[in-house]
Design a protein around this ligand. Sequence first.
Ligand SMILES: Cc1ncc(COP(=O)(O)O)c(C=O)c1O
Length: 397
Amino acid sequence: VTDFTRTKSLFQLPENLVYLDGNSLGPLPRAAVASVSEMMRDEWGDMLIAGWNNAGWIDQPARLGDRIGTLIGAPSGTVMVGDTLSIKVYQALASALEINAERKIILSDTGNFPSDLYMAEGLIKSLDKGYRLKLCEPEAVADCLTEDIAVLLLTEVDYRTGRLHHMKTLTEKAHEKGILTIWDLAHSAGALPVNVSAAEADFAVGCTYKYLNSGPGGPAFIYLAPRLANKARPALPGWLGHAQPFAFDPEYRPAPGIERMRVGTPPIIQLAALEASLDIWDLVDMNDVRTKSSELSDLFIELVEAGCPDLKLASPRDSRQRGSQVSFHFEHGYAAMRALIDRGVVGDFRAPDVMRFGFTPLYIDAEDVNKAASIIAEVMTKRLWDNAEYLVQSPVT
Ligand SMILES: Cc1ncc(COP(=O)(O)O)c(C=O)c1O
């Protein structure tokens, strides 16, 4: 059984703050400070360029990819770390479209993260071959899977509402119609049990700065099903995805397997932080995380609904249908979130009216939930959000 008191002690969290935003940016693993400074001093400082070989920097993206693989049901050698999630979405989509070359439609849903949709539109424009992005309502995806669709591009957990798609069922239905699947696991990896192998997902992508706590700007990851690994031609064929990067061949030849999904030089400093974070994940059973996050989020819904009649639940009520976050609609949600942050409860706001709270058992417990709920009730009943100062929008909400 996972010892969540122990995992909580491994994070630096400011006193008197309930941090319900780990679904956006995870907190600092204490060990990351030493891990990053040792890397900088002993490796970058002392080894300089020899660090690529002698400190193993060059293989770090694959090594950490394997460790992330254990959290998402991916076998060793099928996950690569690097770039940002938007880039990995683009890469996966371009490869998938090429494999399913006879078809011209990308299907996604209206709840998908805008960057995924922008990347799809951008790729369609660049290809200029008559591709089209079709969006359906999240509940209607299964009914929209037709034989003219090349790729189904979905985010498993809706970033706004937390609604959870059934990855295995939708992938199976997609495959029945000859559709390839790309799953964005941004709000899944580290939030709930994921098994890309059992679901037979074709591609999966995700980020590490949310539930995997690698810090702001931490790199993304990409999974490629072994059956496609030597078939997928990488869009963005960078030199480190070449079969022999140091042959400096003017002609691109993809490396075997997942190595081909590398693009360029990986962010080694940030990878040192990710490595320290993954050490914590070694102590954790994802089923325990799921059980506890369901308990915490159910408790939160119960307390908030009891204390704040003005907040309307935006997330599925049944925890089995949710990821690891709970959202509420409120007309003055932005101001209300600012008022909460001022009082030590950190969530975030997603336009037009969603107040979002993440539940991350590694460092959030029932005491935090009780405390947060009572502060939210106070802010709502006393209308503490009704303050001109809270209407001034910051660049990041
Ligand atoms: C579901 C989803 N996809 C894609 C992205 C974009 O990620 P990045 O900024 O790392 O490219 C995000 C960012 O939050 C996200 O939540």
